[in-house]
Design a protein around this ligand. Structure first.
Ligand SMILES: Cc1cc2nc3c(=O)[nH]c(=O)nc-3n(C[C@H](O)[C@H](O)[C@H](O)COP(=O)(O)OP(=O)(O)OC[C@H]3O[C@@H](n4cnc5c(N)ncnc54)[C@H](O)[C@@H]3O)c2cc1C
Length: 465
């Protein structure tokens, strides 16, 4: 097979890889750049689960393809250093603030909505005080909401731009091996058996490619550290119940250290007037939520997640999370749903009880059941305590009719050992985005691509605080 040479090879076309490509080509227009993406072009990504349940496609159209996991995401750009990843650990909080601005500007340039949701300062202060009294912490955030229905057009515009300025994009092409000689990257082997030669690789394979990247890291002698796993439920309530918070905050980011176990419990991905959806990880189905810019339901949903970081000798947080999700799938033949009142009363929910409830599920395919057969005691106690505390801020959240869908799991890839420019000890090999365990959101993943590209170009010196 022939060998081609490129000035840079980017593995993965999610926000991290795309933003790295934009930064490289804008700084050096004559650079030969190849972007490899194992999934499909964005207009050919289609998930059969939107009509039925997950059918386990060989490459998941939700997680892979041009635009990455972000393509059909809710498109919520959280403009805060406190969410979306751990990039600040590498570049410092000030550096991260600047990069969030840069990342946001790129989303805007390619068509993201211009309006930003942000609380009035006096309202934020009042809500933060109320949260403190409920023994919680409220993080006020600025959010730009693209919306799942608009986000593909934004990502398509990025594709059109990159191709128009001469970046080569190969979709349906998997990077199979990163090759290094004498601690310097030299080539990438591809799924079709060919090899491309280069001395700059930016690996941005997302959560979908995290295991592959970990394998490459082990083969190249790059250290890995386990990240946390977040396990919980998606909560669905009538939208007016959450209005005391969502009216002002759009997304209420509440954090509590649980009384009984001292675990971090938090809200995640709040969807006012949204719908509960599924997400698949290989052969398991988990819960998620969406809201659409143009369509509204009568409900608001959000996740309550318990964060767990395991200590020696256990190194498999992802297997732990998948095992719990698999158990929920086994009992519910997919997603389970239970009324909070039934969970408290120690009985399963039935179709009749759900039908009689105040909240009409936006995911009617979920199976009424009993989450206490699935969630560990520790997680159940943490979640129930959290909902009770939240009820003082938004009365009705802990009502009997509140629906809990299980299981929601957030896996974070193992963190690669990286320097403050996100370069590994292999010269010319950078690892960015969710796949490297550096980020977990659209804005920070894009920002991490900028960090690596600028470092590779020598256009910005990034140093830790
Ligand atoms: C359903 C859902 C909803 C979300 N909603 C939001 C939200 O509202 N706001 C937010 O901030 N974040 C959200 N996120 C998270 C966000 O999408 C991710 O944080 C972000 O996409 C990570 O970007 P990335 O570039 O690191 O990786 P990804 O976007 O995952 O992209 C990585 C790409 O690399 C490709 N790839 C993997 N391995 C290889 C290989 N070996 N060779 C070639 N290509 C490869 C994959 O196919 C994939 O397309 C959501 C995620 C999901 C799944």
């Amino acid at each position: 097979m022939s060998e081609q040479r490129y000035d840079a090879v980017i593995i993965g076309a999610g926000p991290a890889g795309i933003f790295a490509a934009i930064e490289l080509i804008r700084s050096k227009p004559d650079m030969r750049i190849l972007v490899l993406e194992r999934g499909k072009p964005i207009d050919r990504r289609s998930c059969p689960a939107r009509q039925t349940s997950c059918v386990g496609c060989p490459t998941c159209a939700i997680m892979t393809g041009w635009g990455g996991a972000g393509a059909f995401s809710d498109g919520k750009l959280t403009l805060s250093t406190e969410v979306g990843g751990w990039l600040g650990d590498y570049i410092g909080t000030d550096g991260l603030e600047r990069l969030i601005e840069d990342s946001d500007q790129l989303w805007l340039e390619f068509g993201a909505t211009t309006s930003v949701h942000a609380p009035e300062p006096e309202v934020a202060e009042r809500l933060m005080r109320e949260a403190t009294l409920a023994e919680m912490r409220l993080v006020p955030m600025r959010i730009r909401h693209i919306g799942s229905d608009r986000s593909p057009a934004v990502l398509q515009a990025m594709y059109d731009y990159l191709v128009s300025v001469g970046v080569e994009v190969r979709t349906g092409t998997m990077a199979t091996r990163i090759v290094a000689e004498e601690d310097r990257v030299t080539a990438v082997e591809l799924g079709d058996g060919s090899t491309v030669r280069t001395d700059l690789v930016i690996a941005a394979p997302g959560r979908d490619g995290a295991d592959w990247l970990a394998e490459q890291a082990r083969a190249l002698g790059i250290g890995l550290v386990s990240n946390a796993v977040d396990i919980g439920v998606r909560v669905e309530v009538p939208a007016p119940v959450m209005e005391p918070l969502t009216e002002h905050l759009y997304e209420a980011k509440l954090i509590q250290m649980s009384h009984r176990f001292g675990d971090q419990v938090r809200t995640f991905c709040m969807n006012p007037y949204g719908a509960v959806t599924t997400e698949s990880y290989g052969d398991i189905v988990t819960v998620n939520g969406h809201s659409y810019a143009e369509q509204r339901t009568a409900n608001t949903n959000f996740a309550v997640l318990v964060s767990q970081r395991f200590t020696e000798p256990f190194h498999e947080p992802i297997t732990y999370g998948t095992s719990i999700a698999r158990l929920a799938n086994l009992l519910g033949e997919g997603i389970l749903v239970q009324r909070l009142g039934d969970l408290r009363a120690g009985r399963r929910s039935t179709a009749k009880r759900i039908a009689e409830s105040v909240v009409t599920p936006t995911m009617p395919s979920a199976t009424p059941g009993d989450l206490s057969f699935v969630l560990p005691y520790r997680h159940l106690v943490d979640i129930l305590g959290f909902l009770d505390a939240m009820d003082t801020l938004a009365p009705g959240v802990a009502a009997d009719g509140t629906l809990l869908y299980g299981i929601e799991v957030k896996f974070y890839s193992s963190r690669l050992e990286l320097d403050p420019t996100l370069q590994t000890h292999i010269r010319g090999l950078y690892a960015v985005g969710d796949g490297a365990g550096v980020t977990r959101g659209l804005v920070q993943s894009g920002a991490s691509g900028l960090v690596a590209a600028r470092a590779a170009l020598g256009t910005e010196r990034v140093s830790p605080e």
